[in-house]
Design a binder for this molecule. Structure first.
Ligand SMILES: Nc1ncnc2c1ncn2[C@@H]1O[C@H](COP(=O)(O)OP(=O)(O)OP(=O)(O)O)[C@@H](O)[C@H]1O
Ligand SMILES: [Mg+2]
Length: 462
C-alpha cells in the first residue's frame, strides 16, 4: 500500500474548507488547509504536498495566480481548481496554465474524491513514465506517430500531459494532419484505455439522425423506431467519445451536447429516463471555430466547454523535418502490406518529397507513398515512382473542368452526381482529393456521397 497522500486545501469559506477536509480525511488522505493563496504557498514551501485543491476566487492572490506560482516551484504538482459555475473561461485559462483539472461549484463530495484519487493515480503513473524516460534518455514518443520536429514535439508533450486527465480536448488542424490519430493516442494513454473509444462524425448525418446517433432512442420515438437503441454516449461509457467535425453540429443539437458536457447526463429520444455516463470527450474540427462563433453558428458556451485543452496540429508544410521519418514509416508499412522488398528511398526522391507543399498533409504523403510502393520496380523508391499532385499547386480548378456537357433530359441533381463521381475517379478514389477538386469540404462531399449511395467509412472505431 502507498503511503498516505497529503492534500492542501485552499478555500476562504470556512464551512466549505471544513467539509472538504473531513471528507478527504475520511477517504484516507492527510490534509492541510489555508484560507488564502499566500499562506497556501508558504505551506507548499515548507511541507511535502502531493496535491492541491484550491478555490479560484480567493481574497488577495487569486487561485490562478497561486497556480502559476505553484507551477513555477514544482511543475509536476497536481492542482485542481474549484470554480463557480459560469467562470468556465477562467477554467480554460487555468488548464492552459497547467491545472490538472477543475470542478464546477456546486459539486458533490463524491465528485471531489473521485477527481482527487484519479489525479493522484495519474501523477503516480506520470512519475513512473518520467523516470523510465529519463533512464532511456528519450523525449515524447508515441507508437506509430512521427513527431520529431519542435512543432510536433509540442503537440505530443501536450498529449502526454492531458491524456491521463479527464479534461476535454479540442483538436484543430487542416484535413489530414492527424486529428483522428491524436484522438486515439489520447485515449490509449488515458486511464480509460481499456474502455471503448467511440467516434462519431457530426457532419455526414442529418440533424435528427445525429441526435439519435448521439443519444439513442426509445422504441416508438419516431416512425421506424421499432426497438430501443443506445446512442454513442452510452456506448462510450467509461471510455472516450470522439466528436469529429464538431463545427458542423446544428444549433439544437449543440444545446443537448452542452448539457451532456456539463452534467454528463441525457435522455434518449422519446425517453424520460435520465442516463448518467462517465465519458471523456475529445472533439475535432478542421474549421476555425472562432469564425463560427462570430457568425453565430456555434454557441459560445459550448465552445468554452470544448476548448478546455486546445491542441492545434500543424500542417505538414510547417514541420517538413518530419517528412523523411514519415516516409520511412509508410514505406516500411506498405512494403510489408504488399510483400514487396522495398528498403528505402533515393536521395533525389526524398528531396522531391521534402520540397512539396503537401496541401493534403500527412494523409496525402501516405497515399502517395502507398502508390509509389505498389509501382516501384527497384529496391528503393525513386523519382519516377513518386507522383505528386502538382496540379493542385495553383488555383483550384473549377468544379466542371472537363466534365461532359449533360445529355438532354438530365436533371441538375443527376448532373451534380456525375460531377462528384468524376471527381472521385480523378482523385483516385481519395475523398479529400475529390473534395478539393470540387471546392467542397471533405465532409460536405461525404454527405453528398452518402446521398447518392456511395458508401462511406464507418463512424465507430473498432
Ligand atoms: N505524425 C504522424 N505520424 C504517423 N502517421 C500520421 C501522422 N499524422 C497523420 N498520420 C496518418 O495520416 C493519415 C491521416 O491522419 P488522420 O486521419 O488522423 O487526419 P485528420 O486530421 O483526422 O484528417 P480529416 O480532417 O480529414 O479527418 C492517417 O493514416 C494517420 O495515421
Ligand atoms: Mg479525421
Amino acid at each position: 500500500m502507498e503511503k498516505m497522500a497529503t492534500i492542501l486545501v485552499i478555500e476562504d469559506e470556512a464551512k466549505m474548507a471544513r467539509l472538504l477536509e473531513l471528507n478527504l480525511a475520511e477517504a484516507g488522505y492527510a490534509t492541510r488547509s489555508a484560507a488564502d493563496a499566500e499562506s497556501g504557498l508558504k505551506i507548499l514551501r515548507q511541507e511535502k504536498i502531493d496535491l492541491v485543491l484550491t478555490d479560484l476566487k480567493l481574497p488577495g492572490m487569486t487561485g490562478l495566480e497561486f497556480l502559476q506560482a505553484a507551477k513555477r516551484a514544482d511543475t509536476h504538482l497536481p492542482v485542481i481548481l474549484m470554480t463557480a459555475y459560469g467562470s468556465v473561461e477562467t477554467a480554460v485559462e487555468a488548464m492552459k496554465a497547467g491545472a490538472s483539472d477543475y470542478v464546477l461549484k456546486p459539486f458533490s463530495m463524491e465528485e471531489i474524491k473521485l477527481i482527487v484519487s484519479k489525479e493522484l493515480e495519474s501523477r503516480r503513473l506520470r512519475e513512473e513514465n518520467r523516470s523510465l524516460r529519463d533512464a532511456l534518455g528519450q523525449r515524447y514518443e508515441f507508437k506509430n506517430i512521427v513527431g520529431r520536429s519542435p512543432a510536433m514535439q509540442e503537440v505530443l508533450a501536450t498529449v502526454e500531459r492531458v491524456a491521463p486527465s479527464n479534461a476535454t480536448v479540442l483538436l484543430g488542424g487542416e484535413s489530414g494532419v492527424g486529428k483522428d490519430m491524436i484522438a486515439r493516442a489520447i485515449h490509449e494513454h488515458s486511464r480509460r484505455a481499456a474502455g471503448p473509444f467511440v467516434k462519431i462524425n457530426c457532419t455526414a448525418i442529418p440533424e435528427n439522425l445525429l441526435e439519435s446517433e448521439l443519444f439513442g432512442y426509445e422504441k416508438g420515438a419516431f416512425t421506424g423506431a421499432v426497438a430501443s437503441k443506445p446512442g454513442k454516449f452510452e456506448l462510450a461509457h467509461e471510455g472516450t467519445i470522439f466528436l469529429d467535425e464538431i463545427g458542423d453540429v446544428p444549433g439544437t443539437t449543440q444545446v443537448k451536447l452542452l448539457r451532456v458536457l456539463q452534467e454528463r447526463e441525457f435522455e434518449r429520444l422519446g425517453g424520460t429516463k435520465t442516463h448518467k455516463v462517465d465519458v471523456r470527450v475529445i472533439a475535432a474540427t478542421n474549421r476555425n471555430l472562432r469564425d463560427a462563433l462570430e457568425e453565430g453558428t456555434f454557441r459560445e458556451d459550448l465552445y468554452y466547454r470544448l476548448n478546455v485543452v486546445p491542441i492545434s496540429i500543424p500542417p505538414l508544410r510547417e514541420h517538413k523535418e518530419d517528412i523523411p521519418y514519415l516516409a520511412d514509416l509508410f514505406i516500411t508499412r506498405f512494403a510489408k502490406d504488399s510483400g514487396k522488398a522495398i528498403t528505402g528511398i533515393t536521395p533525389a526522391a526524398q528531396r522531391l518529397l521534402s520540397d512539396f507543399h503537401w496541401p493534403g498533409n500527412v494523409r496525402e504523403l501516405e497515399n502517395i507513398i502507398e502508390r509509389a510502393v505498389v509501382m516501384a520496380a527497384g529496391p528503393k523508391l525513386d523519382v519516377a515512382d513518386i507522383h505528386l499532385d502538382v496540379r493542385r499547386a495553383g488555383a483550384s480548378p473549377g468544379p466542371t473542368t472537363g466534365a461532359a456537357f449533360p445529355p438532354p433530359g438530365t436533371t441538375l441533381e443527376q448532373f451534380e452526381d456525375e460531377i462528384i463521381k468524376e471527381a472521385l475517379r480523378r482523385g483516385g478514389g481519395n475523398k479529400s482529393q475529390a473534395a478539393r477538386l470540387l471546392g467542397l469540404s471533405r465532409n460536405a462531399l461525404r454527405y453528398r456521397l452518402s446521398k447518392i449511395g456511395v458508401p462511406d467509412e464507418p463512424d465507430s472505431a473498432g
